[in-house]
Design a protein around this ligand. Sequence first.
Ligand SMILES: [Zn+2]
Length: 437
Amino acid sequence: MLNLQLFYFLFLFSLLTFCTANFSVPHVSVNTERLIEDLKILGQFSDGDYPGITRLLYSKEDKAARRYLVALFEKSGLSVSWDPVGNIFARWEGSDPRAPAVASGSHFDTLLNAGLYDGTLGVLGALEAVRSLKEVGFEPKRSIDIIAFTSEEVSRFGIGCLGSRYLVGSLSIEELVKLKDSDGVDFESARKSCGYTERLEDSKISEDFYSAFVELHIEQYHILEDEGIPIGLVTDIAAPALYTIEWKGPGGHAGSVPSNERQDPFLAASEFALSLEQLVLRDPKNSRATIGRVEVYPGSAGAIPRSARLSLDIRDINEESRTRVKDLSLEKAAAIARKRKVTMETSHNYSYPPARMDQRIIQVMEDSCRAYNFRYLKLVSRPFHDSLFMATKFPTGMIFIPCNGGKSHVPDEYASPDDISHGVEVLAETLARLSYQ
Ligand SMILES: [Zn+2]
């Protein structure tokens, strides 16, 4: 009797080991033409001159794009739902619908006059992955969700990753309702005008809602293109910290006050900008520091400025080195203020923690590349994505494909059909494997 039990145990154990070691998903045949056609149709929902695409959050173009996406999801037999800010979820129910689902997706809004592939590839690429898995008869165990995130770009309300931040609970209702666009339209009015009239409540999504999240995206730089490698697997996502620095002086007449008597805050800001460049050039591989906005007051050609205010954006995958660059920058800014006899004030707008991608998911993505014999490169993402925030709650991974010249956020952003196809194949394999883990 004991021997029989032992036999059954050994039999089950070896069967389990065999199944795990040999888990295989049928290779999908991605319909790249269909996917590119979908991308082009989505690109027509644009408030701008072709080929540039402008689709701002809750605009009439955004509303039309949402209708188009929902129709595509439903046509593929997915059940569609949304949350109060308009994150759209399309579910392919698995054989174990109560198990935490696997999710994949990205954003579909754009900056002004931008390109066809940023974000949209991750939404429609996930749909193509699901369609092609269905076409080879694959059946998921965990459900697979496609998420079309509301507004990843900062274009309308000046806040990035609005939808994913709301979803994971890192953006409160109080913060949301304070938002206004440049025309003074508040977030609530804009949201409701787009048809999202449900009461705004904090997202209640729990950490075990998703077992994994994977985002497919164009690289937005040219490392993959330079190396001739079709797939990038992201290990870390750099995150930004934003500060505002303002120098003030007494001003004066542009004609009467000689240079050696001036306390010019704009010259302080200028000296700071050039010293910041030298500071980050010492270690160009790591932190990025950018002054993207400069405001000079009163802005008259005939007056010495009384104030110069600038934004300081610092990004890194390492929070400590980002803080070090910030400390050195602000020390330098203060030293310049003393030297030029102007006052200085700083404020901290926000800091987000950098994200580390999940090792288990990276392993599955590597196995998926091997299943298709694709070369891949592990790399860091300097731009941030919805994955930065999804990673705060769920195990997360990102798949990059090359884009022409590394260009993005421009009308001639381009990814080749072959690269798109390879990215979707790796995504499909990854989602299929994760649905059985
Ligand atoms: Zn993007």
